[in-house]
Design a binder for this molecule. Structure first.
Ligand SMILES: [Zn+2]
Length: 357
């Protein structure tokens, strides 16, 4: 990894395909990063394994993450894709690898840039948030060059990679603890909204979620500030990676490359009868439905279903078997996301809703 050239967008030769590194200046030495990551694993991972994994990315006071780049001989637009902003969301990583491996720079006009694993310490622990500063990477953008590690990663990614995008797609999924509909989301706000809408429909996911607000701190809130048309994706998750979701993301990236006239891959496919279900609402899961009592949660409604106001979405039991709380829908809505992990603390997120457009 350390032998790779540093990624500089302007310096990538035309007609080339290669792996670069993006150095993320770290506020602490490697030994401290390893120790903090190990402590965050509650000792479940051997400290030597964490040290070995992180040190492979370490050089001169910086953690380096791979950047996969294909630049065609002809000029054209730039598609930027990221995955692993949350460390336990893997669908987008394989989709990026499949697209990168399929692309031939001889048949490309423009540039494909992908960062498959943005938050390295979270990835190596298999967790959502960055264990070093306990921050959710999707709440710290646009970041800061002299902040905590997450804030530095955000600022570096934004200024060195994301700002070059003609179109940006951030590949998420619902990770370990939730189930979510497989979807492509975009914001209906701003000058980029028309292109983002067309791109979201071109992606080809079964559901398109159109948001009338932009929640702060996200990759997309930062790129939208720069006027870059931006999309994100979500998938079923719950601790598993469904092959159909990786296929959907792979096809979606290929469709976007075709949409931007960068490349036409065999993976690009959009059936002529494609009619996605369109949902609306803020999409800010931080405003989702929370429980007040901790214990054991069991879902009683299925994602994708239309729930009625007052309908039971799930039950929280005490460890003695008492029904401590019934979680109900506050209004008629589509259930987009529900808790997959049964153990639950008080005040966690249970479910997220959307409106049918
Ligand atoms: Zn995520």
């Amino acid at each position: 990894m350390n032998q790779r050239p540093e990624f500089q967008f302007e310096n990538v030769p035309s007609g080339s395909k290669g792996v670069y590194k993006l150095s993320l200046p770290a506020p602490e030495p490697l030994g401290d990063l390893v120790a903090q990551t190990w402590l965050s694993s509650c000792g479940l991972q051997p400290e030597e394994s964490i040290a070995s994994a992180l040190s492979a990315h370490w050089q001169d006071g910086a953690l380096s993450t791979p950047v996969l780049v294909v630049r065609g001989k002809g000029s054209g637009k730039t598609l930027v894709a990221t995955a692993g902003v949350h460390g336990d969301e893997y669908e987008g990583m394989e989709a990026i690898f499949r697209i990168f491996n399929a692309l031939d720079p001889q048949s490309v006009s423009g540039t494909f840039v992908a960062v498959p694993v943005v938050t390295l310490p979270a990835f190596w622990l298999g967790v959502r948030s960055n264990p070093i500063d306990q921050k959710n990477m999707a709440r710290v953008f646009p970041g800061s060059n002299n902040g905590t590690l997450s804030e530095r990663i955000a600022a570096t990614l934004l200024h060195r990679v994301l700002r070059h995008a003609s179109l940006y797609v951030d590949l998420h999924s619902s990770g370990r603890n939730y189930h979510m509909l497989t979807l492509c989301g975009y914001s209906t706000i701003g000058s980029q909204a028309g292109i983002a809408r067309s791109a979201a429909l071109e992606f080809g996911a079964p559901i398109v979620w159109a948001h009338d607000t932009v929640s702060p701190g996200r990759t997309l809130s930062a790129t939208l500030e720069l006027g870059i048309p931006s999309l994100y994706t979500e998938a079923y998750g719950g601790g598993e990676v469904r092959p159909e979701d990786v296929d959907c993301y792979t096809q979606g990236i290929a469709n976007l490359l075709k949409f931007l006239d960068i490349a036409t891959l065999d993976e690009a496919r959009l059936p002529s009868d494609y009619r996605p279900r369109i949902l609306g609402g803020s999409g800010n899961v931080d405003l989702g439905i929370k429980n007040s009592r901790g214990g054991l949660f069991f879902p009683k409604a299925t994602i994708g279903s239309t729930v009625r106001a007052g309908e039971v979405l799930g039950i929280v039991y005490s460890l003695e078997g008492n029904v401590e709380e019934q979680i109900t829908a506050p209004q008629d809505a589509v259930l987009v996301m529900i808790r997959a992990t049964n153990r639950i603390y008080a005040g966690e997120l249970i479910a997220a809703l959307a409106s049918e457009n």
